[in-house]
Design a protein around this ligand. Sequence first.
Ligand code: PMP
Length: 437
Amino acid sequence: MSDHSNQPDSNQPEQPAEQASNESQAPVARTGSMGNLDTHSERYAERTAGMTASEIRALFAVASRPEVVSLAGGMPNLAALPLDSLSEEVARLVSEQGQTALQYGSAHGVPELREQICEVMALEGISAHPDDVMVTVGSQMALDLVTRIFCDPGDVVLAEGPSYVGAMGAFATYQADVVHVAMDEHGLRPDALRQAIDEVHRQGKKIKLLYTIPNFHNPAGVTLAPERRPEILEICSRNGILVLEDNPYGLLGFEGQTYPSLQAQDPENVVYLGSFSKIFASGMRVGWVLAPHAVREKLVLAAESATLCPPTLNQMIVSRYLSTHDWLGQIKAFREQYRERRDAMLGALEQYMPEGCEWTHPEGGFFVWFTAPEGVDAKAMLPRAVTQRVAYASGTGFYRDQLGSRQMRLSFCYPTPERIREGVRRLANTLNEEMEL
Ligand code: PMP
């Protein structure tokens, strides 16, 4: 799906987006978009078997109807952006620097932006050299490139269970096997990490990466406790496993709090991913990767073959935004907007949900991870929830191994607080009916 372009003001219906393209485990059908038989099916490379389509894509068309409250998508809410001053800045950029902004650039990224990215990362304790930063088309591209340069088919990537669907899509594309590592309310569990490593080694497989989202996790809504971080780094380094730290939400702590980055604690064994999608504008498609020098060089080669260079215009817009706008004040405004929505969701869950439900209490980011009572199958319940005019992302899509059947991800980033409360009320009604069935 989905059209991200006709974008929000908060009066518009929520569009359940983001996970739609890569949510499910279902293999790509051998039919084309019109439902006809795919006459090319014998030609595709083997790796396309791992490319998956959304099992609930059909439902999304229904779920994006205005009467449905969507708690399913992960779209940032851009209502707080200063569109007028931004458009003036873009016009000025094109008239003053159009010859550069509309030209090819280097795969490494615009130098001035890379310097500014270092300032952004310094807010989380990272001390980086602009040479070691590469600009990417969102951190999604960085996920693809990092997997491309490190993973052969059959290599293992350890990832939290549940994990970000877009990352699992990238791992699947390169035929890497995801092995999940359990979390609790303090994030990834070091004991579970040790166990998973032992188990994979017993099977004689090679572990290439630990993929982790330490802050305000998508979809789990938890944050890795600072005291666990050195231990996790030590386990990985001892076992020769590179850490891939994905941190798009790190500056969205609702109290303005930040956490010590893994990269800052072990720069030679961590590849760090950042993004402007949640702290500025997701449609810019500007993210970055910070990597040890040799890895960064390899990534630039991979990026050249993928895109030649990231869009110069978008990079220069972001750079100009950072130098002309109060971007820190803007992040604060985003945080306040998301905190209000998180409060609305947690309050409504407390008020409406029946006995036996559990949920996480995120201190930042976009998501609550919800566990329904024993016996409920969240995926099977989804069509009935949509009939009650509420949608969510069912938990199984966030695992490679069909776990998560009682779970759902509830996003509070996009709908208004009133809509969130109403959505949770409808979801509680659906659950109550489900349990009576
Ligand atoms: N990582 C995580 C954990 C995410 O939630 C997302 C977006 N939903 C991304 C990476 C990709 O973000 P982008 O490509 O917009 O930077």
